[in-house]
Design a protein around this ligand. Structure first.
Ligand SMILES: [Ca+2]
Ligand SMILES: [Ca+2]
Length: 380
């Protein structure tokens, strides 16, 4: 082979490499530029796939590439992946690296966020969430109350539910001026009492706010999810069993504590058909701080007591045609939304696990009704 042929062959190979390499580098540079602009505008959601593309191109990248990748993943709350890239940056750049201290700080924050998530929190101050396993159950009852019938089998996917009702403290992170009010001079407004005087759409606004704050898909529970979670596998009438007078360890409802203050509210004649006041004292006249009484089998507190709880569903007169897949029933006339559980102001009859109630959107909030939240399950 002559020198001339060798040179030509060399040039040919070089051009082939350049022809291949230049567009690759050009694409990487373009992506890098886009990433820089988005980061300056604090917009991170589209960036992880751009970093992945650049990595796949195997193009030349700036020294701080791994740091920016890690920071982006941190911002979109993919903490495990963020830690991996920050770790790579810290190892490669060492203490001389421009972002060394920042990377260490973010690494620690990501680690703490993961630990918090494992304990059931999506952010400091967020409601504690409990993972509810998937399963199926018999929803409703075939008693004399039409709206609980027909009893029907419902299958529910796994989800996470707040351990307690949403508190005034939690709600006021969203709406600082919210006032839950008083009842007969007693405060309903303490930080750890459940938020009340909220309309169904206030509850919706809260879950939307929490979703945007955390990036997690929060929502109100469907009525089926609520009853499934409240039962925790129980088929008894009440979470505490079948004796109406056993409520006090579990539920703050209207009982002897209330009658001691308002004996005139007693209605013994009605007890044959409707249980109003269990013969025990839970110690609370108005709303108790959440989580004070015994939890159910899933670790949820105050499901059927303390305050009534908004769920996603519109109120229908019975379960004829209700979904059986655990989703909310939202069609039809939706002037009323379902409220579940009894409250400090209501009876043991309404604390039955199958009992249903409702509230009118147009009539505003109630002084003994709040809500709790769920989020679609995610692997932790
Ligand atoms: Ca009570
Ligand atoms: Ca409740």
């Amino acid at each position: 082979m002559t020198m001339r042929t060798l040179t030509l062959t060399f040039l040919l190979i070089l051009f082939s490499i350049l022809a291949y390499a230049l567009p690759t580098q050009a694409e990487a540079d373009m992506l890098m530029q886009e990433i820089g602009q988005s980061m300056q505008a604090n917009q991170f959601s589209d960036l992880p796939e751009k970093f992945e593309r650049i990595a796949a191109l195997k193009a030349r990248v700036p020294a701080n590439f791994e740091y920016h990748w890690g920071r982006t993943l941190f911002e979109v709350k993919r903490y495990d992946a963020a830690m991996a890239h920050l770790d790579t940056y810290i190892t490669r750049a060492g203490s001389e690296g421009k972002y060394y201290a920042d990377a260490l700080g973010l690494y620690t924050k990501a680690k703490n966020a993961i630990a918090l998530q494992r304990q059931g929190f999506d952010c400091p101050g967020c409601p504690e969430m409990i993972q509810i396993p998937a399963g199926s159950f018999e929803m409703g009852s075939n008693n004399e109350l039409r709206d609980e019938a027909p009893k029907h089998r419902v299958t529910v996917k796994t989800f996470a539910m707040s351990k307690t009702e949403i508190t005034n403290r939690q709600f006021r992170q969203f709406r600082p001026g919210h006032d839950s009010g008083t009842y007969e001079g007693r405060s309903l407004n303490d930080d750890d009492q459940p938020v009340v005087n909220v309309r169904w759409d206030d509850a919706q606004a809260y879950v939307q706010w929490l979703t945007s704050k955390t990036g997690q898909p929060y929502r109100l529970p469907s009525e089926a999810e609520w009853e499934y979670a409240a039962r925790g596998g129980s088929t008894s009438t009440w979470i505490w069993g079948n004796n109406p007078h056993g409520s006090c360890p579990y539920d703050n409802i209207a009982d002897q504590t209330v009658l001691a203050i308002h004996p005139e509210w007693d209605s013994p004649d009605d007890e044959s058909t409707t249980v109003y006041f269990p013969k025990c004292s839970d110690g609370y006249f108005v709303a108790a701080p959440v989580g004070r009484l015994r939890a159910n089998a899933y670790g949820l507190h105050d499901m059927t007591g303390n305050v009534r709880e908004w769920v996603e569903d519109c109120y229908h007169l019975d379960y004829d045609g209700a979904p059986t897949d655990g989703t909310a029933w939202v069609g039809g006339n939706c002037d009323r939304h379902v409220l579940r559980g009894s409250s400090w102001f209501r009876s043991a009859q309404e604390a039955r696990l199958s009992a249903r109630g409702y509230g009118y959107q147009a009539k505003g909030g109630q002084f003994h009704a709040g809500f709790r939240i769920v989020r679609t399950a995610k692997p932790l």
